[in-house]
Write a protein that binds this ligand. Structure first.
Ligand code: ATP
Length: 456
């Protein structure tokens, strides 16, 4: 490997870290999301639609990588967890038994002065309207059920009612016996699912933090009752570690055990993994020790035996459940915020997303130095080598420095530049997003080199 020729290398010594306030950072991330194709407001040509969002060409890759990283850690790398993809449309009987029809509510208040609506439990001061500042203008709180109701089939009658699931978890309880009978797993074992959930939130907001349509990554871990506390502690530690391993610094995360008055009546312990969002600490994931509440509720309502019979010991029992429940879209936002950095490089601002390679939308960008036809053939050859292994971008417009900046904003860990020397020496320049170091690598060794530096 010899010195680079694609660009005058920028060295970390040229760099001064940026200094952004949390408000500026939020603004800058929103701006970047729109400008670079991470997230767009839905139905924007019609003025947008009530806090719903579409994931653009870059955002769909990032979100998919977050979900894949979760699946890899929760299913692929374990022998004791299996996957599931259950239906979103669910009959009322499920929500009747689970308690959602009666209890999945938020307290809603209206301000009589400005007519704005709020979730009472999220107000800083339950007496003062945060919109108009008036005191004592709230109506009595009403319990508002967050589930979206619809009808399955052409006739709208009581018998055709269905709900869009507000969580993926019930799919795992519905299939507990199916999985037991088909998978050869026995407690302790888990069922994991990633998918869309819907909640008619009273106050959606903070970008994709709280939306009415969102994605969850949930796992129900069924354990012998005597082991529940131990597994609860295990999953709290394990889930915290996942965020840290994927690059969120520990000082931007905390594990907050719920106070006894916050706990659901059936839970003997719940802890939230929280992230330091620009507006303060807020939840990414909840890990709950749910006892046998769910299986008992469904066994009683359905008449099915939702127990485990251990043939080896002759023992029959109802497993307890530990549930780590995370939001994929909300977590994607935390990874974006945490990775976002600005710095001054040779008097210019550089914005860089220091995303973990596993999460980066593109792992590699192939950039021919110019559009000249001589370079097109060898650039295509390089792309064909790299593309089957990793998601790649290919870009031949603009000056190379501008293209590097664009890839920095997309979080691409490595740029591979094909230049005129490549035609002579059959080597390319590989530029590192974070250090901005450049090294010359023979094309024949490129895939191995990228495999090493990406660690993927
Ligand atoms: P919150 O208190 O923020 O409403 P929750 O405690 O009701 O959340 P859970 O029911 O535990 O949330 O859902 C598990 C995870 O699903 C949450 O930690 C969050 O990451 C995600 N989630 C829940 N509601 C939403 C939403 N409206 N938009 C985006 N993600 C959500």
């Amino acid at each position: 490997m010899c010195a680079a020729t694609a660009d005058t290398p920028e060295t970390p010594g040229d760099t001064v870290p940026g200094d952004t306030t949390p408000e500026d950072k939020m603004e800058a991330v929103l701006n970047l999301s729109k400008r670079r194709g991470f997230v767009f407001p839905s139905a924007e040509i019609y003025g947008g639609f009530r806090s719903t969002y579409d994931y653009g060409p870059i955002g769909v890759l990032l979100l998919r990588n977050v979900k894949d990283a979760w699946w890899r850690s929760m299913v692929q790398l374990r022998h004791d967890v299996v996957g599931l993809d259950a239906s979103i449309l669910t009959p009322p009987a499920v929500w009747q038994a689970s308690g959602h029809l009666a209890n999945f509510t938020d307290p809603l208040v209206d301000c009589r002065n400005c007519k704005e609506r709020f979730r009472l439990d999220k107000l800083d001061d339950p007496e003062v309207c945060p919109n108009c500042g008036k005191h004592g203008t709230f109506t009595e709180a009403r319990q508002f059920n967050l589930m979206f109701k619809t009808h399955a089939g052409p006739v709208e009658s009581a018998g055709t009612e269905a709900y869009l699931r507000p969580e993926t978890a019930q799919g795992m309880f519905m299939n507990f016996a199916n999985v037991l009978n088909t998978s050869r797993k026995k407690p302790p074992f888990g069922i994991a699912q990633v998918g869309k959930s819907f909640r008619n939130e009273i106050t959606p907001g903070n970008f994709v933090f709280r939306t009415r349509e969102f994605e969850q990554m949930e796992m129900e871990f069924f354990v012998p009752p005597a082991e529940a506390d131990e597994w609860y502690r295990y999953w709290c530690a394990e889930r915290f570690r996942w965020y840290v391993e994927l690059g969120i610094p520990e000082d931007e995360l905390r594990l907050r055990p719920h106070d006894p008055d916050e706990l659901s009546h059936y839970s003997s312990g719940t802890s939230d993994v929280e992230f330091a969002f620009p507006w303060g600490w807020d939840e990414l994931e909840g890990i709950a020790n749910r006892g046998d509440y769910d299986l008992t509720a469904h066994a009683d309502a359905s008449g099915e035996k939702l127990d485990f019979f251990d043939q080896a010991t002759g023992e029959r029992y109802r497993p307890h459940v530990i549930e780590p429940a995370a939001g994929a879209t909300r977590t994607m936002m935390a990874f974006l915020l945490s990775a976002f950095h600005t710095e001054t490089v040779r008097d210019e601002t550089r914005t860089v997303l220091r995303l973990h390679p596993r999460l980066a939308p593109y792992k590699v960008a192939v950039l021919p130095l110019s559009k000249k036809p001589e370079l097109a053939g060898v650039a295509a050859e390089v792309l064909n080598l790299v593309q089957p292994r990793w998601m790649c971008d290919y870009d031949e417009t603009q000056a190379i420095g501008r293209r590097y900046r664009r890839q920095d904003e997309l979080g691409t860990p490595f740029c591979v530049t094909v230049d005129f020397d490549t035609l002579e020496d059959r080597a390319v320049t590989v530029r590192d997003r974070d250090s901005m170091d450049q090294v010359r690598v023979p094309i024949d060794a490129l895939v191995d080199h990228l495999g090493d530096v990406l660690g993927l």
